[in-house]
Write a protein that binds this ligand. Structure first.
Ligand code: CA2
Length: 145
């Protein structure tokens, strides 16, 4: 059976490629989905990419991943820095979790330097642009063997 990777994206990431290209680049979330699916195919992994502006929806999708996914790649966006609820949900997931940030958050405002999600993440990518998702997929394939 093909193993499934859920790629979850938080608030405002629907605007990727449409606003602030100087920070987040020109590629869209659809481009991310295409690239991750391609890497997944090579590695025998299926991918499902989702985005929501709602914290509770992200929590519900993490619960869904408990039943359906072998691993989670998550860019929680601003929820990274605020959400104990997302952290608590991730703590109930048993497989590998990789946190991705498109921008180099440690070069930005101080409030972006702390991540609740990093308390659970097995690996963290920051500052690789959307390539960070591809790198996370490759690392996920390695972790899952
Ligand atoms: O660098 C990242 O990936 C972030 O997770 C992006 C979040 C930010 O709050 C985090 O500190 C770092 C913001 C997502 C907003 O996405 C946009 C994309 C394009 C245009 C406007 C917003």
């Amino acid at each position: 059976m093909t193993r499934m990777i859920h790629i979850l994206n938080g608030p405002n990431l629907n605007l990727l490629g449409k606003r602030q290209p100087e920070i987040y680049g020109h590629d869209t979330l659809d481009d991310v989905a295409t690239q991750c699916a391609e890497i997944g195919r090579e590695a025998g992994l299926e991918t499902l990419l989702r985005q929501s502006n709602w914290e509770g929806q992200i929590v519900d999708w993490i619960h869904e991943a408990r039943e359906q996914a072998a691993g989670i790649i998550i860019n929680p966006a601003a929820l990274t820095h605020t959400s104990v609820a997302v952290l608590d949900a991730l703590n109930t997931f048993e497989g590998p979790v990789i946190e991705v940030h498109i921008s180099q958050v440690h070069k930005r405002e101080a409030f972006r330097h702390h991540s609740y999600v990093s308390l659970r993440a097995d690996a963290v990518m920051a500052g690789f642009g959307i390539h960070g998702y591809s790198l996370a997929m490759r690392h996920m394939a390695k972790l899952l063997g």
